[in-house]
Design a protein around this ligand. Structure first.
Ligand SMILES: Nc1ncnc2c1ncn2[C@@H]1O[C@H](COP(=O)(O)OP(=O)(O)O)[C@@H](O)[C@H]1O
Ligand SMILES: [Mg+2]
Length: 379
């Protein structure tokens, strides 16, 4: 046997950031555990095993399953109706208006009142103190981009509980950042990861699982396990894109997700709606989609990373040679909490500028795109 550490009884220390992984495919049971990035350990028989790296870092679930309404006297048939409408948690329920709930087939106004009352009992809704809010903000997780310089600009990485938007021209690195985050999200918290799974909605057909492999190896993770923890869907219409989000709530209520990627959030809207005549309707539908994304971020403590295209900006000023602005107008500007502008630098270098963020100073960071994902520029 090549496994020689038979006398090992205490757990091995955590993996160094760049240890190389040569382990075989992880078992299905690993995928059901909460610890995401496996570290290698030897059991008493000397068997190499993948263990939950983050047992101590496990947080309590921050949401109440909709099933709990049954214990409050709501019948399971009505709970099923909510689930069929894409509502899987009590927190999610409270994000719907009563008007939209009575729109669900089979739920009368009286039933909706009873359901909301029951949910309120399970959650403490309404006002909280600033100190309570500070505690809630402590549940924010910041996920590394792979570049320390960029992380510093972002105050630690891509945040959960909000939407981060990256816009920029073709080949500016938006999709490469998405690929890097697919991996880094699965790192344990102490390695600046999110200790969670990833959902990827691809509207442009540019996700490449092959790209995940070298990025996983760079972080010392088992590539197959990393790929198993990414769920992927290709969307072909804006309606399809929206429906995927509804189905996602069910998955997120069951398993620990920490990142949702929509690359790109706007492309299908620009295809499915054309011309000035359809602009108002497009913006209305886009607002619905973005509101859904905000709710997912807050309901499941997930980071939402969306990419956006740039469009010509004729009003951009006569001294700017090639004025460009993000697509999506005010609707997107209001939905995205953190807006990043990416542009090309020399060679594989890219520049990220904070375009808009509530609590980040203005500034820029230079990083580079490598086979192992985003990294600091080496000088
Ligand atoms: N394996 C790789 N190694 C190094 N650079 C890569 C690799 N794959 C892609 N890139 C770089 O990423 C760029 C594309 O970035 P991408 O994120 O797809 O742009 P966007 O999504 O903004 O259009 C390419 O121009 C190339 O420079
Ligand atoms: Mg792209």
């Amino acid at each position: 046997s090549t496994r020689t550490c038979a006398s090992q009884t205490s757990p091995l220390p955590q993996p160094p950031p760049h240890f190389s992984s040569s382990s075989t495919r992880t078992s299905a049971s690993y995928r059901r555990t909460r610890g995401m990035a496996p570290s290698k350990q030897y059991d008493e028989g000397g068997q190499l095993q993948l263990m939950e790296a983050d047992r101590v870092e496990e947080e309590e679930e921050c949401f109440e399953s909709i099933d709990k309404l049954i214990s409050q006297g709501i019948n399971s048939g009505d709970v099923k109706k909510l689930q069929d409408a894409g509502i899987y948690t009590c927190n999610g329920l409270m994000m719907h208006t009563k008007k939209s709930l009575t729109g669900i087939k089979g739920l009368s106004e009286a039933k909706v009142d009873k359901i909301c009352e029951a949910a309120e009992k399970l959650l403490s809704q309404g006002f909280m103190t600033g100190s309570d809010l500070l505690i809630k903000r402590k549940s924010v997780v910041r996920i590394t981009t792979g570049s320390q310089t960029l992380d510093e600009l972002l105050g630690g990485g891509i945040e959960t509980l909000c939407i981060t938007e990256a816009f920029g021209e073709f080949r500016s690195g938006k999709t490469q950042l998405a690929h890097t985050l697919c991996v880094s999200t699965q790192l344990p918290l102490h390695m600046h990861g999110g200790n969670g799974k990833v959902a990827y909605i691809d509207t442009e057909g540019t996700f490449r699982p092959e790209r995940i492999v070298p990025i996983a190896e760079r972080f010392g993770m088992d590539a197959n396990a990393v790929l198993d923890n990414i769920i992927y869907a290709r969307a072909y219409t804006y309606e399809h894109q929206y429906n995927l989000l509804l189905g996602l709530a069910a998955k997120m209520a069951e398993e620990p997700f920490r990142l949702l990627i929509v690359d790109s959030v706007i492309a299908l809207f620009r295809v499915d709606f054309s011309g000035r005549g359809e602009l108002a309707e497009r913006q209305q539908k886009l607002a619905q989609m973005l509101s859904r994304l905000t709710k997912i971020a807050e309901e499941f403590n997930v980071a939402v990373y969306i990419t956006n295209q740039v469009i010509a900006d004729p009003g951009g000023g006569m001294f700017i040679t090639d004025p460009k602005k993000p697509a999506g107008g005010h609707v997107l500007a209001h939905a995205a909490t953190i807006r990043l502008m990416l542009r090309k630098g020399k060679g594989e270098q890219r520049v990220c500028k904070i375009f808009d963020a509530p609590n980040l100073p203005e500034g820029e960071a230079v990083f580079q795109i490598t086979t192992g994902g985003l990294m600091d520029v080496k000088d």
